[in-house]
Design a protein around this ligand. Structure first.
Ligand SMILES: C[S@@+](CC[C@H](N)C(=O)[O-])C[C@H]1O[C@@H](n2cnc3c(N)ncnc32)[C@H](O)[C@@H]1O
Length: 323
């Protein structure tokens, strides 16, 4: 039955149940009339959403719970629609079994317009539309944890933060919001920077956040920052490539500067969150790391004093310092 759970949330995003309840369509009858859908079906569908914690019933009226307000409301900064509307067809249950088998044979297969996303990243070949779709999706998935990481103080001692492989700049946006006098730089492939610029404008952070277009494999990394964050980046690559990226970060930082890895962590048994790690394998041939594995990668790159900071859910930040 697990397949239904995610599919029901996807459909809820498609027909915007949260927005309709907000707009006053707060009974099953009103919802089914508005959407021209089966009344009986709507009652059972709403029951599923109530069980999942997105809707509550008060005095016979449907109410959006805090969970729905945070993640299913189009106006929330943490709206998950970009994931749930599934622009890459990742969660399409009709082909998930084939995708799993193909991935087990080929190692990775997340494709955009017939090309592997990982290949496009490695050879700087991503087109603007694919970059925008992927960047919106990542923002949806990661911004809430970026805010949480900043709120938990992971970046307290940083004055200028380089968000490398920044995407929309989730970490830089949260950082600059919490510390209005500090600055950040986003570093990503040119097509991604077009979308990043839109996020900087949306958050009114033009004064604090700059953008450097570049390929983090081939180009020199921007210098002059005392902190570098790799948010949801290392999980896209195999360990050798991660070591290469950490070496570049080490070179770009001054002595005393810090590296920050914001990512979901495997627990020390490498059992949880196993599905997300398998998802990464299917998309990129990559994996999650545990805190111990990340600390080891950081120490091998020359960093010292690895520390773990809290973020949201399975996410955490591992920081370390360049001696
Ligand atoms: C999974 S996304 C993470 C985005 C963002 N940091 C976040 O947490 O939402 C990985 C990012 O790495 C960037 N990236 C991949 N290959 C790159 C390259 N060769 N040079 C620079 N950035 C790259 C991608 O464009 C993408 O924005």
């Amino acid at each position: 039955m697990g397949n239904y759970t995610f599919a029901c949330i996807m459909v809820s995003a498609q027909i915007d149940v949260t927005g309709l309840i907000n707009a006053g369509f707060d009974t099953c009858e009103k919802l089914s009339n508005k959407l021209q859908l089966s009344r009986k079906g709507m009652e059972l569908f709403v029951l599923v959403l109530r069980h999942l914690g997105y809707i509550s019933l008060e005095n016979n009226q449907l109410r959006n719970t805090d969970l729905a307000k945070q993640f299913l409301n189009k106006n929330s900064p943490y709206y998950w629609g970009e994931v749930l509307l599934d622009p890459f067809g990742i969660y399409n249950v009709n082909h998930l079994d084939k995708k799993i088998l193909t991935s087990l044979k080929l190692e990775y297969e997340l494709e955009c317009k017939g090309h592997s996303v990982t290949d496009m990243w490695q050879h700087d070949e991503m087109d603007n539309d694919s970059a925008a779709a992927f960047t919106h999706l990542m923002h949806s998935q990661g911004f809430a944890s970026a805010v949480s990481a900043v709120q938990h103080g992971a970046f307290n001692d940083v004055s200028t933060l380089l968000d490398a492989g920044a995407g929309s700049g989730t970490i830089a946006l949260a950082f600059c919001d919490a510390y209005p006098k500090r600055k950040a730089l986003l570093f990503d492939l040119a097509p991604v920077c077009i979308t990043a610029k839109e996020y900087i404008a949306r958050f009114n952070k033009e004064e604090q956040i700059g953008i450097v277009k570049g390929d983090f494999f081939k180009h020199d990394w921007p210098k002059g920052c005392d902190g570098i964050c790799l948010s949801n980046v290392l999980h896209d690559w195999k360990p050798d490539t991660c070591s290469e990226l950490l070496g570049k970060a080490f070179t770009a930082l001054p002595s005393g500067g810090s590296i920050f890895i914001h990512d979901m962590l495997f627990d020390e048994t490498s059992l949880t969150p196993g599905l997300f790690s398998f998802h990464l394998f299917m998309n990129h041939g990559s994996q999650l790391f545990s805190a111990t594995e990340l600390s080891q990668l950081l120490e091998n790159a020359g960093f010292r004093n690895p520390l773990q900071h809290q973020a949201l859910g399975y996410f955490a930040v591992i920081s370390a310092t360049k001696p």
